[in-house]
Design a protein around this ligand. Structure first.
Ligand code: HEC
Ligand code: HEC
Ligand code: HEC
Ligand code: HEC
Ligand code: HEC
Ligand code: HEC
Ligand code: HEC
Ligand code: HEC
Length: 445
């Protein structure tokens, strides 16, 4: 009996694995990209954000040109681009990097440079970026797949998701921080290079940095600093985003971070996280005493513990409502959102896929989502970046949200009790069954 069961189990496991791989392969082979590639069609502009997958050359100009010819004609057509290129390092000296070095010479087969194209001359930076994948999410190199693999990317109205790829294209092209066609290292050292993307309520890196002692010094004195210097010890009085996250010009942002965007609780004391923490302390000690830096970062851990104790209380309230079937409408009564969910369920907490609670949820689930995604992440970034007023504000908001959730839960329970007495069950509101985020949208993606 025993020796038959084992091979059977093995075969079933193998078959399941093959089926899994085949399914993933199939789901990635649609006109879009990523896990939901069959559920969305790329707009033409997608070619500029993700050139490797989607760029198609325009074919209105015929001919194969040399660098000087490109410059000559484009001087008329796109003078701004040519002026920026002329001012860049690429146009200095005898060995100029011409338009065709990045775009190709055949005008009907142009390409937009992927990191590989830049990497053919800037090996170090490209290798470092690629190597970042080993730290897992979040990271710059995995950002594009993270966005397009999010169910709400495929399910939301098209107009709203163009912005996702604009920011998440940090993975698929090299001009996010040193913009084309200046490609200026000095530009990328300044916080402005990062905050085009690192802003807004789930990641208020801009406001929290500018409110910190570091940001205040930058605002007061930064205009007089010599930004041509690399980001190494002794060159800057106060750190900028890149000084801290890309120290010594390393083209990685994930090699020190442990808190994973603040979305879930982690244990800062594992041996691996202690290594990451050491890296931070070493960096801070460019300018501070090690001991003091370690204590400041310890404050961040305490802030996180406090935040998570509140978040878990709110999660428990929701989970109890769920097990008493008091979340209305229930997941089974909602349209299948996010896409592809085989087992409709109310997802509470990071590990159940809380991020899908953006839409198509009951009021109280959305309340928790806001507490988790906005109040909590705001508090986290304030603590990480040294904005003490922001920490206080974030925690106050979380406390208010928690109280609100508890009150609402109480009301739901009271209502359920009354309904049981009178035997009236209200119908699920019809808003969930059609609307901007449901049928209409699915037909138009
Ligand atoms: C005779 C004039 C002329 C020459 C020479 C020329 N271009 Fe262009 N280029 C244009 C015009 C016109 C457009 C706009 C085409 C369009 O919108 O369909 C353009 C567009 C482009 C684009 C944008 C493509 C897109 O999809 O947005 C790139 C990149 C480009 N050129 C690069 C080059 C390079 C590299 C060379 C040299 C190998 C070059 N051009 C030579 C006229 C020229
Ligand atoms: C160092 C590489 C590099 C060089 C050299 C270069 N480009 Fe580009 N170019 C880029 C990158 C990167 C983009 C953005 C691609 C994207 O959006 O995916 C771009 C985009 C463009 C675009 C379309 C985007 C827009 O802003 O409208 C045009 C047109 C263009 N380049 C023309 C030129 C011309 C003309 C030259 C020479 C004067 C030139 N490029 C030299 C890297 C380069
Ligand atoms: C054909 C080779 C070549 C290609 C392709 C190329 N570069 Fe460069 N790049 C150079 C050279 C040469 C320099 C000047 C010397 C140096 O700093 O290495 C330079 C300098 C730079 C600098 C430093 C500028 C400064 O202010 O000091 C940046 C940033 C840069 N390149 C970015 C890019 C990006 C992004 C791409 C792709 C879109 C790219 N390069 C493609 C050759 C190239
Ligand atoms: C303004 C720029 C911006 C826009 C727009 C944007 N994101 Fe992001 N996104 C970010 C940044 C920055 C982070 C990382 C924040 C951090 O680590 O603190 C992030 C994080 C994420 C994460 C979590 C990362 C992880 O690996 O756990 C996901 C998933 C995500 N975004 C998906 C999307 C989707 C889908 C959209 C469009 C609906 C979108 N983003 C729109 C900038 C943006
Ligand atoms: C074009 C948009 C864009 C720009 C510019 C940008 N980032 Fe990001 N960054 C992102 C996105 C998107 C993510 C989230 C990636 C994901 O989904 O996993 C991210 C993630 C991060 C993370 C989180 C890494 C981790 O392990 O948690 C750090 C740190 C970071 N960026 C720092 C910077 C710094 C510093 C700069 C400027 C020098 C910068 N970013 C510029 C879009 C951008
Ligand atoms: C998240 C922002 C960001 C992105 C994305 C980015 N860079 Fe950079 N890059 C920087 C910063 C910051 C510096 C300045 C580093 C320093 O001062 O030591 C820099 C400097 C450079 C330099 C000049 C190095 C030197 O020593 O002068 C090159 C070349 C370069 N980057 C190439 C690339 C290439 C190639 C890519 C794409 C694979 C890329 N960068 C993507 C932020 C970025
Ligand atoms: C004094 C150094 C310092 C400066 C300056 C700084 N940060 Fe941070 N940042 C941190 C620390 C420390 C953390 C917490 C990382 C951890 O341990 O997980 C953090 C966290 C982050 C994260 C989330 C990483 C994660 O995985 O949770 C992002 C994204 C980020 N910072 C972006 C920025 C941006 C953008 C700027 C500039 C506006 C900036 N930072 C300025 C030190 C700094
Ligand atoms: C490039 C230099 C530099 C680096 C790197 C740096 N700081 Fe600072 N920091 C300063 C300066 C300058 C001040 C303002 C003067 C002061 O209060 O000591 C400051 C102030 C602070 C303050 C406020 C101190 C107070 O007494 O109010 C905190 C907290 C802080 N830094 C934490 C950190 C942490 C944590 C790191 C590493 C993640 C770090 N700093 C990295 C230069 C730096």
């Amino acid at each position: 009996m025993h020796n038959r069961l084992l091979p059977t189990l093995l075969i079933i496991t193998l078959l399941a694995m093959v089926a899994g791989f085949t399914y993933v392969h199939w789901s990635k082979s649609g006109p879009g990209a990523g896990l939901y590639s069959r559920d969305w069609l790329p707009d033409p502009v997608q070619g500029y954000w993700d050139p490797n997958n989607f760029y198609r050359s325009s074919d209105s100009v015929q001919g194969v040109f040399e660098g000087k010819q490109c410059v000559q004609c484009h001087e008329e057509i796109t003078p701004g681009i040519v002026a920026d290129w002329r001012a860049s390092r690429h146009a200095q000296g005898d060995e100029k990097v011409f338009c065709n070095d990045c775009h190709g010479g055949d005008h009907q087969r142009l390409h937009l440079p992927t990191p590989e194209v830049c990497g053919s001359c800037h090996n170090k930076q490209q290798n470092e970026s690629e190597d970042e994948a080993r730290y897992g999410f979040p990271s710059h190199i995995l950002a594009m797949e993270r966005a397009v693999d999010a169910p709400h990317f495929a399910d939301k109205p098209k107009a709203e998701v163009q912005s996702c790829v604009q920011c998440h294209s940090v993975a698929t092209k090299c001009d996010s921080c040193h913009t084309r066609h200046r490609f200026d290292a000095a530009e990328s050292r300044r916080p402005e290079a990062c905050i085009t993307c690192h802003s807004g309520p789930p990641h208020p890196d801009d406001t929290t940095y500018f409110a910190s002692a570091h940001g205040q010094i930058y605002l007061a004195e930064g205009k007089d600093w010599d930004w041509s210097k690399p980001l190494t010890k002794g060159n800057y009085k106060a750190p900028t985003c890149a000084y801290c996250h890309m120290d010594a010009g390393r083209h990685q942002v994930a090699h020190k971070s442990m808190w994973k965007f603040g979305l879930r609780e982690i244990n800062p004391h594992t041996s691996n996280n202690q290594i990451l923490r050491r890296r931070w302390i070493e960096l801070c000690s460019d300018c501070h005493a090690e001991k003091e830096a370690a204590q400041w970062l310890g404050e961040l851990d305490r802030e996180r513990k406090q935040a998570w104790s509140m978040l878990y209380m709110a999660e428990a309230v929701l989970k109890n409502l769920r097990s008493d079937q008091l979340l209305q409408p229930s997941a089974a009564e909602r349209p299948p959102y996010p896409m592809g969910s085989l087992w409709p369920m109310e997802r509470i907490g990071f590990y159940e896929g809380q991020a899908s609670a953006f839409y198509n949820v009951s009021g109280i689930e959305r309340d928790y989502f806001e507490m988790w995604y906005f109040d909590n992440l705001g508090a986290y970034k304030s603590a990480a970046h040294g904005d003490s007023a922001g920490v206080k504000e974030g925690h106050q908001k979380m406390a208010t949200s928690l109280e609100h959730i508890q009150t609402k839960a109480h009301k739901l329970r009271q209502r359920a009790a009354t309904e049981q007495e009178t035997e009236i069950t209200p119908a699920a509101p019809s808003i969930w069954n059609s609307g901007a985020y449901t049928d209409y949208n699915r037909e138009h993606n």
